[in-house]
Write a protein that binds this ligand. Structure first.
Ligand code: COA
Ligand code: ADP
Length: 607
């Protein structure tokens, strides 16, 4: 996940008014006239100096990682009020970063140091959500050209920090109160990203056991074969006080910078050219390291694809006299490309892996490449780029669920909903944005939120209240909270075939107090459920329920739908007051919930 692609954005304003989630919400303007500022926000501005650049005059990624980690750590500590350590960092993509940060092309450089003059990197970090002892920190990096005043968004990254309270017990962090639309959205989705992090190792394991991975490159595309061992690098670093925080714990960013260094050397040994780092895969710091530790870094090219290669790096720590007792600090995988003069990636040599571990890593690198692509495109959630119905498979299930919940929570967090019509306490709101028209129908019921959640998350019962549904069949139970249904709609007329849908339903219970129950729906494709000539295959982009327990008796149920073109007439007719269809349907929903709540209450007690 991490930086969801970097976006080049030109904006003239100062760093303070940069598009960093600064709220436009007038309700948050403070009485003094100052703008609202997230209390955990930390800003860092760094002038790029020659010592920060690599051999090509670009800002070194290792240096950038150190700044990112420091700013993020200070933000985490601001919330926690005690020292924090980096637990993990999500995927980071450097697609445009390096070229944007490259201050001047080499042919325009007058002297060795000119390249750095006048360039600034601005970093903003803030805590998105605190869980128990851990926090998700969102980091936004922009690049500023002081001579023109222009700024570019370079990347967005997410890291998890763990508060180090008393040595004897686990810290319980105070909850965070999100204020702006953006803060509320990040807060809601942070819980889903946490699920994804926890599932990461399992996802990789599943892919390796369940799929056939194409490992051989096509013959004839490259005649050079390089034995992997020629790229092997081993390097040692001594952790000194400047590499650590005031508690003596090594900064995660410093370790990442050392890792990037050895990985770059391994990649260069494969291609005998200067490689460009494109991605750092999500990774986890397994154990702490302190001042005085020796860190042993080992890297090798695991696999080279046509235009990109994966380098793996492993870091172990030991104390002076105990080299035998090495502690595994972390392992990370980085993707490099080699660019030609036009900036196009060149074809890389073929790697011949070493027998044993080398061959295993070669196959695993292919699996990771597939997962990386899934993650990048599915979780980026940019509706214009992600196909409406993404093929579902075991290896992308976590990301598709993330995408499903993300889309709904984003819609829920929007603040510009407008009340369109209200009939007998059933309210319909609408939201016009770009090319989408979304609507939300809301009612407050005398029911327990968990009961409503259980009843509404089973699509097989929906035909009882929604006359658009003819039937729904469970075709795949992905896990306890994610199900795939085949849904058939009622035929509208004799001439028209009914529509059918393959829908992924992802339901989530509250992660902490105050959170709603969420049930998200989106279309997917499933090989076992191909289009059928009896139906017209339909697709749904984003819809679902959000359920809030308001008091011990009352629950607010909201249904959301981001209307696809086929659905628009229905919505606009209701909004214009030409039909009371939505009211009839949701009154039927209320009766359905009331009728079944006693039965479900018994079932829930038995769980
Ligand atoms: N990604 C994100 N969060 C993770 C995680 C991962 N891969 N693994 C664990 N966590 C979170 C847990 O969810 C938990 O959060 P919560 O308290 O909010 O529920 C928290 O970390 C503690 O987890 P727990 O199971 O109690 O501890 P652990 O034994 O897994 O230890 C660390 C987690 C991070 C404290 C431990 O691995 C560590 O000390 N790592 C080194 C950290 C460090 O020093 N970093 C700097 C560079 S060396
Ligand atoms: P895995 O072997 O499962 O990939 P490790 O944590 O052992 O996991 O190693 C992570 C990566 O570090 C490996 O994929 C490899 O690229 C690199 N690596 C591990 N051991 C060595 C070594 N002895 N020499 C060079 N590189 C190594």
């Amino acid at each position: 996940m991490g930086m969801l692609g970097s976006q080049k954005m030109d904006y003239q304003d100062s760093a303070l008014s940069a598009p960093s989630g600064a709220p436009a919400d007038p309700a948050l303007a403070m009485e003094t006239g100052q703008r609202y500022r997230n209390p955990t926000e930390v800003q860092m501005s760094q002038l790029v100096l020659p010592s920060h650049t690599n051999h090509r005059g670009e800002l070194s990624i290792g240096q950038l990682l150190k700044w990112i980690d420091t700013a993020a750590c200070l933000s985490a500590e601001r919330h926690a009020g005690c020292p924090c350590v980096t637990a993990s960092v999500d995927d980071i993509y450097f697609e445009h970063t390096i070229r944007q940060i490259q201050i001047m092309p080499p042919w325009q450089q007058h002297g060795k140091n000119d390249v750095c003059v006048g360039q600034v990197v601005n970093i903003k970090a803030k805590v998105n959500r605190a869980f128990n002892s851990s926090m998700e920190v969102g980091i936004q990096v922009s690049h500023e050209d002081l001579s023109t005043g222009k700024q570019w968004n370079v990347c967005k990254a997410y890291a998890t920090f763990v508060a180090q309270g008393k040595a004897t017990s686990k810290m319980k962090l105070k909850p965070l109160a999100p204020q702006t639309e953006e803060e509320k959205m990040e807060y809601g989705i942070a819980a889903e990203r946490r699920r994804m992090r926890v599932a990461h190792t399992e996802t990789l394991k599943n892919l390796l056991t369940n799929s056939t991975i194409q490992t051989e490159r096509e013959n004839g595309e490259c005649s050079t074969v390089v034995p992997a061992e020629k790229t092997r690098v081993e390097s040692v670093e001594l952790v000194l006080p400047p590499h650590a925080n005031h508690q003596g714990n090594t900064f995660g960013g410093q370790i990442m910078a050392w890792m990037e260094n050895v990985a770059t050397i391994a990649a260069s040994r494969l291609c005998h050219a200067h490689p460009t780092l494109k991605t750092i895969e999500m990774f986890h710091f397994r154990g702490p390291s302190q001042v005085g530790d020796r860190l042993l870094l080992k890297a090798i090219v695991n696999n080279a694809f046509k235009n990109s290669m994966e380098v793996g790096v492993c870091v172990e720590a030991y104390q002076q006299e105990m080299e035998v007792n090495r502690r595994h600090i972390n392992s990370a995988f980085m993707t490099f490309v080699v660019l030609d003069q036009e900036g196009q990636p060149i074809t890389l040599p073929v790697v011949k892996p070493e027998a044993g571990d080398g061959e295993r890593r070669y196959r695993e690198a292919s699996a990771r490449k597939k997962i990386r692509l899934d993650r990048k495109y599915i979780i980026s959630c940019e509706q214009t780029k992600v196909p409406l119905s993404v093929p579902w498979d075991q290896s992308n299930k976590v990301y598709l669920s993330y995408n499903n919940v993300f889309a709904l929570k984003t819609l829920v967090a929007k603040t510009n909903w407008v009340l369109a019509t209200e009939t007998d306490k059933v309210r319909m709101y609408m939201l016009e944005e770009d090319k989408y028209l979304s609507f939300r129908i809301e009612m407050t019921l005398c029911i327990d939120a968990l009961q409503a959640f259980s009843l509404l998350s089973d699509l097989r019962q929906r035909h009882e209240w929604d006359h658009y549904y003819a039937s729904a069949e469970l075709v795949q139970q992905v896990d306890e909270d994610d199900m795939i249904y085949h849904v058939v709609s009622q035929a509208v007329s004799q001439e028209k075939k009914p529509q059918d849908f393959v829908i992924l339903a992802s339901r989530r219970k509250p992660c902490s107090e105050g959170d709603p129950y969420v049930i998200a729906f989106r279309s997917v494709t499933l090989p076992t459920c191909p289009p059928n000539p009896d139906y017209t295959r339909g697709e749904t982009m984003c819809s679902g329920f959000c359920i809030w327990q308001e008091t011990t008796e009352l629950t607010k149920v909201s249904y959301y739908n981001q209307a696809a073109p086929g659905y628009l007439t229905y919505v606009t007719t209701n909004i214009a007051g030409l039909s009371s269809d939505f009211y009839v349907t949701f009154k039927a929903c209320e009766r359905f919930l009331q009728k079944n709540k006693e039965d479900i209450a018994v079932g829930l007690q038995n769980l």
